[in-house]
Design a protein around this ligand. Structure first.
Ligand code: AMP
Length: 185
């Protein structure tokens, strides 16, 4: 199922709840917990992602804290590749590399273990690790840009960034140097 049918796309879209004014007034929060609670829809989505990425010769899937962990770890398991968490600052126990990004007010920071994709981002045979970045949603793109930079900074290649939902009016994908695939826009 490389291309999603119109019906499948509609089913996935309908399974995601929109919560107005969360976490603050004016934000329409896309709540994927309602999708996760429907096994047949969740499976439909994961089947689609598995079919899309099985030919990409990936070495890792990197998921963004925290909802990217859900989709990313299942996809990594299905593709039989490693899963790597990109975490909010202060959560990872070993040596990390971090990247700051701007929020509406102030900044936030994401981190990754320095050896997450092998020594200097390479596999034991010297091949540069190929990494898919995944998160539930891209809004302004700040988080995903920082995460994709981290992947490249530690020597691996971010071959694509994947999102279940893209809020296209915010042009978030502009700053990501890798190709971007969004299931729903
Ligand atoms: P951004 O860095 O602006 O692209 O924000 C992306 C991150 O914030 C993702 O990890 C999303 O889970 C979360 N996020 C931002 N806006 C929303 C929204 N409207 N609904 C749900 N999650 C959101």
């Amino acid at each position: 199922m490389k291309e999603l049918s119109t019906e499948a796309r509609r089913q996935i879209l309908d399974s995601i709840r929109t919560v107005p004014d969360f976490p603050k007034p004016g934000i329409e929060f896309k709540d994927i917990t309602t999708l996760l609670g429907k096994p047949e829809i969740f499976d439909l989505l994961m089947d689609h992602l598995e079919a899309r990425y099985e030919g990409y010769d990936l070495d890792y899937v990197a998921g963004i804290d925290a909802r990217g962990f859900i989709f990313g770890s299942i996809l990594a398991d299905r593709l039989n590749v490693g899963f790597v968490p990109v975490r909010k600052k202060g959560k990872l126990p070993y040596t990390t590399v971090s990247e700051k990004y701007s929020l509406e007010y102030g900044f936030d920071e994401v981190e990754i273990h320095i050896d997450a994709f092998g020594h200097n981002g390479c596999q034991s045979n010297g091949k540069t690790s190929r990494v898919l970045l995944i998160d539930d949603l891209i809004a302004t793109g700040g988080t995903a840009v920082a995460a994709s930079r981290l992947i490249n900074r530690i020597g691996a290649t971010c071959v694509e960034a994947c999102f279940i939902i893209e809020l296209t009016f915010l042009n978030g994908k502009e700053g990501i140097s890798a190709p971007v695939y969004s299931v729903l826009t």
